[in-house]
Design a protein around this ligand. Structure first.
Ligand code: NIG
Ligand code: FE
Length: 422
């Protein structure tokens, strides 16, 4: 008999998302559902995943084991939100108000608002204040089913302020259940004190900030905002290459507001992910497919910027690019912690099937986090990170929208939200 300290039973369906990671093409839509599926874990790892009828025959509950009753709901791997700008201070409600009245994101940025407005707030905040501001956000992320996430710096834009953001992330990772992968985004925009000397800022990033973030183990990846009027291809390449030399995986904000060759650059650098891709064309898609780079799509940003052009998710899947979905959670272009909301947008606006969107939000998100071997699917040996949806089967996920369907969250075998949580 298999011994377990956690049993999850009583579900109408369990979705495993089991299989090789990342998942592309036809496999993007394979979720491995088990009717009346159940799961069991020991010491934080899955020891059983299968029909509930087998659970009773094969698994023995250890004394004091926790039993989570899914109450006729659906069990899914925890969401892997592979793109957030979590450690920020302040909000940009005033800007949102102006955008709703017709101003564009780029107009606001050109007038010194946008990213730079959050940079001012972050520079003025202490590490402790950044931690405090992020706590309720992490509570909401977890409550909406996110058990692993990425968190980027990028609102400090000085050596000390970028490291301060990353230290806040490290503290947050240690004090609550969701797992956080930190990304250095010092090349998010040119700080005003370097206006007229772009070269000096690129050198500060490559020669000082990257080496320190790497040697203090504050980040595992490096990201750049490649965009007209932000950083160009050559600057982006230099920053990401410097990151690689220091052991930081490359990620890229690519082709978001215009076609800038971001997808091609991400492929050339064998990046972990190319993110956004609203303006990516056929050459970019072919390059990503050949490199096996994960496309992280962020339909929440398109939605909240009220733009008509969503990333062409169908063409990406059809080209064989593994597609992931993430929130892009940030105060400027996408102020939501909700992965269920992102799934709804992905299905209704980008025309992913519900199954493709589920794989994108779990297994492929895990790949984009560089955590595909540990999280993202429900398979024996992997971490017991799962959620229970108050839904009779997975098809309800994008369909029943605007509500939080997550009834319980399990991280590393512990019930951390809902369910029978203490
Ligand atoms: O992913 N595109 C650049 N960065 C963010 C926006 C950050 C901000 O506006 O504060 C994004 O959309
Ligand atoms: Fe972003």
């Amino acid at each position: 008999l298999i011994e377990a300290d956690l049993l999850v039973r009583g579900a109408a369906e369990l979705v495993t998302c089991a299989g090789p990671i990342p998942r592309a093409g036809e496999a993007q839509g394979r979720i491995g559902e088990i009717p009346r599926g159940a799961a069991a874990a020991r010491d934080g790892r899955l020891v059983f995943v299968g029909p509930e009828a087998d659970l009773d025959r094969k698994v023995r509950a250890l004394p004091g084991a926790a039993v989570l009753d899914a109450r006729g709901g659906t069990i899914l791997p925890g969401f892997c939100d592979s793109h957030t700008h979590l450690p920020f201070a302040g909000t940009r409600a005033g800007e949102f108000h102006r955008r709703v009245a017709g101003a564009t994101y780029q107009e606001i940025a050109a007038a010194g608002g946008g990213i730079l407005s959050t940079v001012r707030s972050v520079r003025a905040a202490s590490e402790e204040e950044l931690v405090e501001a992020a706590r309720p956000r992490l509570r909401r992320l977890l409550a909406h089913g996110t058990t692993s996430l990425e968190a980027k710096s990028g609102y400090g834009l000085t050596e000390e302020d970028e490291l301060k953001q990353l230290r806040a992330v490290r503290r947050l990772a240690a004090e609550q259940p969701a797992e956080i992968t930190a990304t250095l985004l010092a090349a998010h925009t040119l700080p005003p004190e370097f206006a007229g000397d772009r070269e000096a800022y690129v050198r500060l990033v490559t020669e000082r900030i990257i080496p320190r973030a790497a040697s203090e183990r504050l980040a595992s990846a490096c990201d750049v905002f490649l965009e007209a009027h932000v950083f160009d291809r050559e600057e982006s390449r230099r920053v990401l290459r410097a990151g690689e030399r220091h052991g930081l995986a490359a990620r890229l904000h690519a082709d978001q507001l215009s076609r800038s060759g971001g997808a091609e650059l991400a492929a050339e650098l064998r990046a972990l992910s190319a993110d956004h891709l609203e303006h990516c064309g056929p050459e970019g898609r072919a390059a990503l497919a050949a490199a096996g780079t994960v496309a992280v799509l962020l339909p929440g940003a398109t939605f909240a910027l009220m733009l008509a052009r969503y990333a062409d998710a169908r063409a990406l899947v059809d080209a064989g690019v593994p597609v992931a979905l993430a929130t892009d959670f940030n105060p400027g272009t996408c102020y939501t912690e909700s992965m269920p909301m992102i799934l709804t947008l992905a299905v209704l606006q980008m025309r992913l099937t519900v199954e493709e969107a589920i794989v994108a939000a779990t297994a492929n998100g895990a790949a984009a986090l560089g955590r595909g071997a540990e999280v993202g699917s429900l398979e024996v040996g992997k971490q017991a990170d799962l959620i229970v949806l108050e839904m009779p089967d997975h098809r309800h996920l994008a369909y029943h929208f605007g509500v939080n369907p997550v009834a319980a969250v399990v991280k590393k075998g512990r019930i951390v939200a809902g369910g029978a949580a203490p």
